[in-house]
Write a protein that binds this ligand. Structure first.
Ligand code: WT7
Length: 649
């Protein structure tokens, strides 16, 4: 834990109650009903979760025990067996949902495809055969590096069907980052595409995979979807076109049942060291968390058309594009490209064109829409929308009000959902027909979730006081460990407050018990809703031949939430010029991905350090933000570096 001070987001004092109209149709329509269920869920969690698991999941073999908890290790629904893909697909067949659209896809160039539940099932069965025929067994790891196209969802579900563990790598990651992930989980197969469309250009995904594979010997084969038609290099004996593999593969596949705790996926996320963490989620508990939260928080109805703008390379895409929605039999709208292609009104156009009813997006996108101007919005009707969601970072009251008025026309409740890659599903959010919203607050905990705000010692702080947020009870969709590094898992999440989960976020609770989350209190930055560890950026810089030492910090930014600023001291004799700044930015782009390129590179003769040699990031943050350096500097080894740093730039 670090010594950073926590400042809460600004507030708007109005309370937005759900309308009578919304309440009357809601899956949960009153505050009292929420309180009752919540109280039950935390007073008798075993009973509550056991009931939900029986009701919401299709079991091949009933579970014996609801929870085995030996902190920090949880096992949920042990003795039970199920198949996750069967819970997302097969269960809808033979019902009214069979011919309902599971996916409505729109590519960036404007191509549209609709895939029904029946068709999606065919596709997934086929791919399941193809994977099995290439020697994939339950438990093997498969990496998915794809654009936002239906095949990405098919790939995830096919892995789930045969018990293979998928790791989806966001399409913005570089070859180097792919390589690290493939090696960490020893992936056997990669599913990718020739390319994807982004702002009218082709992102060459297969070429990145090719580069990564020079250093990833565990990968035996690569399956390639043709999306953009750019030229790719197919390696004989290793690479196969998806379409060719498709020919002759049967479209029926008998799914095996797997244990509740069978690993479902690994998702890499940033932490406070240079090495990304492979967050492991397992089957039954994860699926239950994703399904139940989607049902209540998105208030899903049979006729909804739901659009989540997150990439499937992030947890939001896993839980709230794929698993939570399909297990509820919903229609998911999937969009491949950028929100401003060809014009900044692409989302609003698509919402009208496809009759989208629920939109789930991020504050960083909302801020971009605000900046692009209201006239891109007002030329569209948006009258199909009935519910809006926000995720990824605190939403400022200004952005909340704009979203509510301009997009929701004052009619749609907003669900501000707080959660993390590690939590698997939404932990804190207003159930829209039941919990009045306060702009800027994620409001109250979901069923079974017990967050608390504590001080450094783990003692609960009084209401209205800033502190650190922990979650005191285990929940079904919690991460089980970090892939291959249980020690790090214990230390990172259960080390600060023994036996309880530490979120890494600062927050406070108001007099009504509402949670106001201010953001990370560790060395993790949230840049445009992407999580980036400062240590990862520093490790990337350290591999550049001109760099002696580097430190990365965040600086408040109107558009991105935080902007990334790196302070670099160079090796003797290296000239500090603009060309080198650009070269260092490009270097980070190659080591991590373009989205991690710093907004500013500042050269420094020396970095501020304590006498024991620890970089004092707090000081660098103040300098990066252009603030006066305040607070205790008595442990600083050499004060003159501060004056020098302030004069730089
Ligand atoms: C971190 C988790 C969970 C999906 C997207 C990000 C921040 C997330 C909110 C919110 C305030 C939020 C937290 C959290 N965060 N949602 N509604 N209000 N902060 O997943 O990359 O695992 O990042 O995002 O700081 O710890 P992630």
């Amino acid at each position: 834990m670090t010594d950073q001070t926590i400042t809460s987001v600004s507030r708007e004092s109005r309370i937005f109650k759900p309308s009578a109209e919304f309440k009357s149709q809601a899956n949960l329509g009153s505050y009292e009903a929420y309180r009752r269920l919540y109280t039950e869920s935390v007073n008798a969690p075993d009973k509550f979760w056991s009931k939900q698991a029986k009701e919401h999941l299709v079991w091949r073999k009933p579970f014996k025990k609801t929870l085995q908890w030996k902190a920090p290790h949880a096992k949920w629904f042990t003795g039970g067996k199920l198949n996750v893909s069967e819970n997302c697909l097969d269960k809808h067949l033979g019902t009214a949902r069979e011919n309902k659209a599971a996916i409505i896809f729109e590519g960036e160039p404007g191509d549209v495809r609709t895939i029904t539940y029946r068709q999606l099932h065919f596709h997934v069965c086929r791919l399941a055969h193809i994977l099995e025929n290439s020697g994939i067994k339950a438990g093997d790891r498969i990496a998915i590096y794809m654009p936002m196209i239906p095949e990405a969802m098919i790939a995830m579900l096919a892995c789930a069907r045969i018990g293979a563990v998928h790791t989806v790598i966001f399409g913005g990651f570089s070859a180097e980052a792919i390589k690290d992930r493939l090696n960490d989980c020893q992936a056997k197969l990669v599913i990718t595409a020739d390319g994807g469309w982004r702002r009218g250009k082709i992102v060459e995904l297969k070429a990145n995979v090719d580069k990564a594979l020079y250093g990833a010997p565990s990968v035996q084969s690569v399956l390639v979807v043709k999306r953009t038609g750019n030229e790719v290099n197919m390696v004989e004996g290793r690479d196969t076109w998806w379409k060719e593999a498709w020919e002759g593969a049967p479209n029926k596949h008998t799914a095996k049942a797997f244990d509740s705790e069978h690993p479902l996926f690994i998702l890499y996320t940033s932490g406070s060291t240079g090495k990304p963490k492979g967050v492991l989620h397992t089957s039954a508990g994860y699926l239950l968390g994703a399904k139940l939260s989607s049902h209540y928080i998105f208030d899903l109805k049979e006729n909804d058309r739901y659009f989540c703008s997150a990439d499937i390379g992030w947890i939001t895409g896993h839980s709230y594009v794929v698993y939570g929605l399909l297990s509820n039999g919903s229609t998911v709208f999937l969009y491949e490209g950028a929100p401003n292609q060809p014009e900044p009104d692409r989302f609003w156009q698509m919402i009208d064109r496809h009759g989208i009813t629920i939109l789930y997006t991020a504050p960083t996108a909302i801020r971009a829409f605000m900046r692009w101007g209201d006239n891109y919005v007002t030329r569209h009707k948006l009258d199909s929308l009935r519910l809006l969601g926000s995720v990824g970072e605190p939403i400022s009251p200004e952005a909340w009000r704009w979203y509510h008025k301009m997009i929701g026309k004052g009619r749609c409740p907003i669900v501000d959902t707080w959660w993390q890659t590690e939590t698997g599903s939404i932990m804190i959010a207003p159930i829209p027909g039941a919990i009045p919203a306060k702009p800027g607050s994620a409001t109250l905990p979901f069923f079974g979730i017990v967050p608390k705000i504590v001080d450094e010692k783990g003692k609960e702080v009084p209401r209205g006081t800033d502190g650190k947020m922990i979650i005191t009870k285990p929940w079904p969709s919690m991460l089980r460990t970090l892939w291959g590094d249980d020690e790090r898992f214990k230390k990172a999440y259960f080390g600060d407050y023994p036996g309880v989960y530490f979120t890494g976020d600062g927050a406070k609770q108001d007099k009504d018990g509402y949670f106001w989350i201010s953001g990370r209190v560790d060395d993790v930055l949230n840049i445009s809703g992407h999580r980036i560890g400062t240590a990862e950026v520093e490790a990337a810089l350290a591999t550049h031949p001109s760099v002696a030492e580097a430190a990365a910090v965040g600086r408040p930014d109107d558009l991105k939430g935080s902007a990334l600023v790196v302070f670099v001291s160079l090796k003797t004799g290296i000239a500090a010029d603009d060309a080198l700044k650009e070269a260092l930015r490009a270097h980070i782009g190659r080591e991590i991905g373009s989205f991690a390129k710093p907004d500013a590179v500042r050269f420094a003769a020396g970095l501020p350090k304590t006498r024991s040699g620890k970089i004092m990031r707090r000081i660098l943050k103040e300098i990066a933000a252009g603030r006066e350096v305040k607070g205790d500097t008595s442990t600083l080894e050499d004060f003159s570096v501060i004056t020098a740093l302030q004069q730089e730039d």
